[in-house]
Design a protein around this ligand. Structure first.
Ligand code: CTP
Length: 398
């Protein structure tokens, strides 16, 4: 699985550092070559001797290790690998990375590298949940860093929650996924997601209840199959997936412009809950209560992005997938919608309040194509996304 791959493994200081020893062995079992780097704090938890004995090579520890500088400078060391893995990634290491600090060997390597980086965080649950760590995490994800874990569970400190280092086999799977060419490798797919916000004035807007969960899961599943994903998202409540190009937008018209700019693509999945209407000439200043009575808002219809892309003469993606959120007559409305919009597939779902689907974790969908309607059992949105991504891969003949 990892034959010929060179992994630079940075071991941070935390009680979970002992798992890095197992990780070295498992990476090697898969054919990987591991060059270990141990931070000063890491040395408090595992000895350099055990790390180098397992890795079968010297462990790098000091930024100013002159022998290593003569032999292989830290710049070269940071770039010689196919992947840099940080496990455990402590709150301190994450903070240094997010700020671009370079005051020891590990942080210097991480700043100097042009190699993809995979973090496996591990820390106390309060430290993980602290806004500072979450800010650093968001910044690192934005910078294109991939993250595996942390897991939920009991911790060495006696607390319970997210913060446990992912198991070595999970980290190995995440490493392997980086090198695997999925069936969608080489395919470019646009995914729209989330709601749009249509301004009334600078402080008020029209929105809907979409969380962006289903669109995010679809983008993640397509990426996991190797697609290059352009993820165009309105203001969603869930975090965008890792490893995709994120294009944040607010309004339907911004979303349309972003979609057009992202073409050509092999497929488009339009999961966004685009507002159908916008307020004509939104006020440039906050609207105030007046004696003249209630404000009257005049609406204009927003561009139908799905329809526009589906009916393009040139540049139409080979596969265009729309979503239909309905509260009644789901199949009838969704089948009609597929024909009206000109898309290839419609993923129809019932979002009436009793279903708990809008904003919830599960979805029950029917996939409508020219071959008919196929109802899938109710399942997690991630599972719907994975099934849909596989169908897209076979439809694109991968
Ligand atoms: N859609 C779009 N642009 C719009 C409205 C909708 O791209 N302005 C896309 C959505 O992303 C979704 C599909 O069209 O894939 C259906 O969205 P939906 O809101 O269910 O349909 P509407 O066009 O609003 O139709 P209706 O008002 O009849 O429900």
């Amino acid at each position: 699985m990892l034959a010929g791959k060179h992994i630079l493994l940075i071991i941070g200081g935390g009680i979970a550092a002992y798992k890095a020893l197992d990780l070295i062995r498992r990476l090697q079992d898969q054919g990987g070559r591991v060059t270990p780097v141990l931070t000063k704090a890491g040395e408090e938890f595992v000895t350099p001797l055990s790390v180098s004995a397992l890795a079968g090579c010297a462990v790098h520890r000091d930024l100013f290790d002159l022998t290593a500088e003569a032999d292989m400078g830290h710049i070269q060391l940071s770039r010689s690998a196919d992947l840099v893995v940080v496990a455990p990634a402590t709150a301190d290491l994450m903070a240094k990375m997010a700020q671009g600090l370079a005051n020891d060997l590990a942080s210097t390597l991480l700043l100097a590298t042009d190699t993809p980086v995979l973090l496996a965080p591990a820390m106390n649950v309060r430290m993980w949940e602290h806004p500072a760590t979450q800010r650093n995490l968001a910044r690192l994800i934005d910078d294109g860093i991939e993250v595996v874990g942390p897991n939920q569970g009991g911790m060495a400190c006696g607390e319970f929650g997210p913060g446990r280092l992912s198991e070595p086999e999970e980290i190995v799977a995440a490493v392997a996924a980086r090198f695997e060419k999925g069936p969608l490798a080489g395919k470019r797919i646009i995914v729209t997601s989330g709601p749009t916000h249509e301004p009334i004035d600078p402080v008020r807007y029209i929105a809907n209840r979409s969380s962006g969960a289903q669109g995010t899961a679809v983008a993640r599943a397509l990426r996991a199959l190797g697609a290059e994903v352009v993820f165009i998202t309105g203001p969603a409540t869930v975090r965008p997936p890792e490893g995709v190009e994120v294009v944040p937008v607010q309004t339907a018209r911004e979303m349309e412009a972003a979609v057009l700019a992202a073409l050509p693509a092999d497929a488009g999945v339009f999961a966004a809950a685009v507002a159908d209407w916008r307020v004509v000439s939104a006020a440039s200043q906050k609207m105030k209560k007046t004696k003249e009575g209630l404000p009257v808002l005049e609406f204009a219809e927003n561009p139908d992005i799905l329809k526009r892309v589906s009916t393009m003469k040139t540049n139409r993606p080979a596969l265009v997938v729309g979503f239909a959120a309905e509260t009644n007559n789901v199949l009838e409305y969704a089948s009609e919608k597929r024909l009206r919009k000109g898309c290839d597939w419609i993923v129809a779902n019932d979002v009436s309040p009793g279903t708990g689907i809008m904003g919830g974790g599960e979805n029950a969908v029917t996939l409508i194509s020219e071959d008919g309607a196929e109802t899938w059992p109710r399942m997690a949105k991630e599972a719907v996304a994975e099934r849909l991504a596989k169908r897209i891969a076979s439809a694109l003949d991968c």
